[in-house]
Design a protein around this ligand. Structure first.
Ligand code: 1Q0
Length: 215
């Protein structure tokens, strides 16, 4: 049975999605970006109900982007670059405060973009971790350095509680479905620079258009 059918997480598959989201001109294809996140959600879903609220939000954000992609304006949502241009040119973004476009593509992608920074920091910690290092601590530190700054107290607390229930390092490596711990470390060594590149391209685009504080 194919992975997508039995909903089993595979790190390699996620890596492939993020790899295919970069065009030769370094544009980011939203379809593959979303599919990378959907792959990660499979892992999240296997971690238990404490992660349900995170998974729900991630699914809802990816659904918003997919809906744009499937809409009559779909071609404008092919890449992050074309989406930003289209929404800004047509004033489809609430820039200072929530108004008539509370779920614009730009603000939705910004939330996933911030989460990508967390993922990058977490995976780098996992990659360089030692046998006895705690996944919960790695995850918490990565979160505090990134996403936490954008979340209110209640979400930070709930996330903190969920992190405590993360499987230990070796069990976590097994969930990744890649092979031995050495093979996981190897794949992570390829994944982190790739995520870094996707993150950096989006970061610069959002900086250029002053989109970092979209409500
Ligand atoms: C492995 C443990 C996973 C832990 C995930 C850490 C992220 C914590 C994020 C907490 C988010 C709480 C849910 C709601 C938040 C929203 O308020 C917030 C803002 O949106 P809005 O509309 O209210 O302005 N949303 C976000 O910040 C987006 C959060 C998306 C999080 C997506 C996380 C997907 C995680 C996947 C598991 C990755 C496992 C990594 C290891 C696998 C190796 C490749």
């Amino acid at each position: 049975m194919a992975d997508s059918e039995n909903q089993k997480f595979c790190l390699q598959e996620v890596l492939e999605s993020f790899k295919s989201c970069l065009s030769p001109e370094k544009e980011i294809y939203i379809e593959h970006y979303v599919s990378g996140w959907r792959g990660l959600v499979k892992l999240l879903n296997s971690l238990g109900s404490l992660f349900g609220f995170i998974s729900k939000d991630a699914v809802s954000k990816t659904q918003i982007l997919m809906n744009f992609l499937k809409s009559e304006n779909g071609p404008h949502y092919a890449t992050v670059q074309s989406m930003v241009k289209f929404e800004l040119d047509n004033e489809l973004v609430d820039v200072d405060k929530k108004g008539i476009y509370p779920e614009s593509g730009c603000r939705t992608l910004l939330r996933l973009h911030r989460a990508l920074r967390w993922l990058q920091l977490f995976l780098e910690r996992l990659r360089t971790s030692k046998e006895d290092d705690k996944t919960s601590v790695m995850c918490r530190d990565a979160y505090n350095e990134s996403l936490a700054q954008h979340h209110p107290w209640l979400i930070r607390k709930s996330a903190g509680v969920a992190f405590y229930s993360l499987p230990v390092r070796l069990a976590f490596f097994e969930v990744m479905n890649v092979g031995t711990p050495e093979q996981v470390v190897d794949v992570l060594g390829k994944a982190v620079p790739l995520l870094c590149e996707v993150y950096q391209i989006t970061e610069e685009l959002y900086q250029k258009h002053n989109l970092h504080d979209l409500p």
